[in-house]
Write a protein that binds this ligand. Sequence first.
Ligand SMILES: [Zn+2]
Length: 387
Amino acid sequence: MSPIIGLTDRDSITPRFPRLGKLRKGAEKPERGPGKELSYFRFTSENPEIEEAFTAAYGKEPQVLHVYLPHATVEENFTTWQEEWVAGGLKHRCDGVTASIWLQPDGTYSREPKPCPGGCSAVGRLELILPELLTAGFVGYVTLETHSNHDLRNITAALMATEDARKDAGLQGIKFTLRRKKESISTPGKNGKRASRDKWLVYLEPEPEWVTLQLQLASSAQALLPEPDEPEVDDDTGEIIEGETTVVTEPPKPSNGNGARPLPAEGVKAMLLRGVEKYADDPKKLDTGDWGAVTGKLQEAGNGDKGHREQERHMFLDYVFGEPSTKKLTDAQGKAIRVWLYAMKPDDTGAFPLNAHVEQEFRHVVEAMRLQQGQTETHAMPEGAEA
Ligand SMILES: [Zn+2]
């Protein structure tokens, strides 16, 4: 594509998916003044089907939403301005000091910087992905708009802390909780005296469940490793205790038999099937983001270009579960793979690396599957064909 300057060039276009709707803190505006503050999120969309999908997923008056952020940085996810609105539309937008866009007397906008003329107030717009809307087939962002200074500070602080913890990995892929919470706020009242008022603020935080899950998964990855097949050894004598008979042996060495990593293909399969049993009764579901990570990390373990990696992913899943498609896996299968696949704690660069041995074990499975398929192909080869 060749860009048209001022229309489709990178300076003129902000890359974004369509906006599915808005999350609002207040009720519909009455004829005069602002709408009444609500204790929950009110979702509005121009498309009634999206509104229905939202209500079906979250109920009529949700106070808590589970969300993801679509962009890497704080500034991309959360834009904050001072804005002055009049009946006709936006009058000016500034950063509190300098206006960066303002309405000229002729009705057109100027982007020539000039000092803030006053009359503006703060607004923050947080872009979000609601996984339940994605699942319902609606691809796009939802915008939360807030005019509360408390919200602006809280949300910015939460985003900055998370960005810090993630280093360069960005804010995408983290499950956040967005909630309404009643707080007592001190506001300037009549006579210049400060008064305390209850307000329903917005808080954004990485899900504690997500953080706990990272730790749990890291420890259960340990638990999923096969039991080493080591004989019982008398600590004092170095003798193997085998029922009645004792055999004198060298001091014990680390086992290289069953259980040593990297596992052979059957070992990987057995380990993952044990994982599936372990998670069979766990009611927690993997969400769209979790499945995306599983698929992505499986492909990271493979070799070659994208198409080749996809093919290897299908071969791997087919060998282990008899089901090549990630979409058809059960949650227990997904969890077993996830625990085996990747570290739940970020490394120095903030990335979540594949676990040790994963690439070699993945390779063993793919080779085994290739061998199986190769044999089948040989049998199916027409007579006289060259091998
Ligand atoms: Zn201003």
